[in-house]
Design a protein around this ligand. Sequence first.
Ligand SMILES: [Zn+2]
Length: 269
Amino acid sequence: MHPQFHRRETDGLIYYECDALTTPHLFTTKFGGVSTGYLASLNLGFNRGDVRENVLRNYDILAKHFGVPRGRMTMTKQVHGDCVRVVDRDAVGMGLGQPMRWETDAIVTNLPGVPLCGYYADCVVTLLHDPVSRSIGVCHSGWRGTANGILAKTVRTMQREYGADPADIEAVIGPSIRQCCFETDADVPDAMREAMGPDCEPFVARRGAKYFIDLQGINRMRLEQAGVRTIVDSGLCTKCRHTEFWSHRATHGRRGVQAGILMLEEDHS
Ligand SMILES: [Zn+2]
C-alpha cells in the first residue's frame, strides 16, 4: 500500500483515504453497510441481486459521511466506454435523486456538495481534484477504457469546462486488480495494441500462453502525458485482498460493488 493511503473506520464504515487528495473523499470496502448474504455488507450496486431498500440505506450511510442529502449523490453508469459527462445543476443526483438518464464512465463537476461516485470491483477508479479551479472528476477504466484513454479525456474535460491546469490536479488511482492477478488471453493485449500502439508494451507481461496487464501503470502514464504531476497509486490489489474488497475475478461475478467518491466543499473563503 502507498504510504499516503490510510485505512479508516468511522461509525462502522471501513474505507480508504489518501493524503494527496485535499477534498472529502473515500474508497469504500465491503464493510459498513446493511446488505446481507453474499452482498454483506456495503453493496452499492442496484443490479447485483440486492434488496433495493438495503442499497438505498447503504447510500444513506455514505451521504451522512459526506454531510449531504442522499439525493445529491451522483452516479456514473458504467459501460466501458470513453464518454465524460458534466454534472451541472440539472444532472445533480443522477441515479439516486433522479432517474438514471445517461451512460457514462466518467463525470466531472465544479458544484460543491455533490459527491461523484465511480464504481469498481477490480476495475480502476481514479479520483481527480483541482484545488485551484475548484473542480473534481471521477473516472472508471477497465482495460477497454484504459486502452481508449478515458482518464486523459477526463482531465481534458476539466481543462475545457473549468479551466483546470493539469499541473494543479491531484490524481489518486484506487484499489483495483493489479498485474499480479490480472491474467488474460492474447485478445486483451491485442485489443490494447490496436487502441494505443506500442505504448502498451511496457505494461504487458507474458507468461506462457497468458498475459498479465498493469492497468494502473498505463493509467499513470495517461495522466503524466496529460500533464498531471501529483499522482498516487494505492498499491492495493482487489483480488489479492478479496476478503476486504469486492473482486469480480475472485468471486466469478457473485459480488457487490464498491465506490470511489469525492466531493467539493462549500467555498467559505
Ligand atoms: Zn493481486
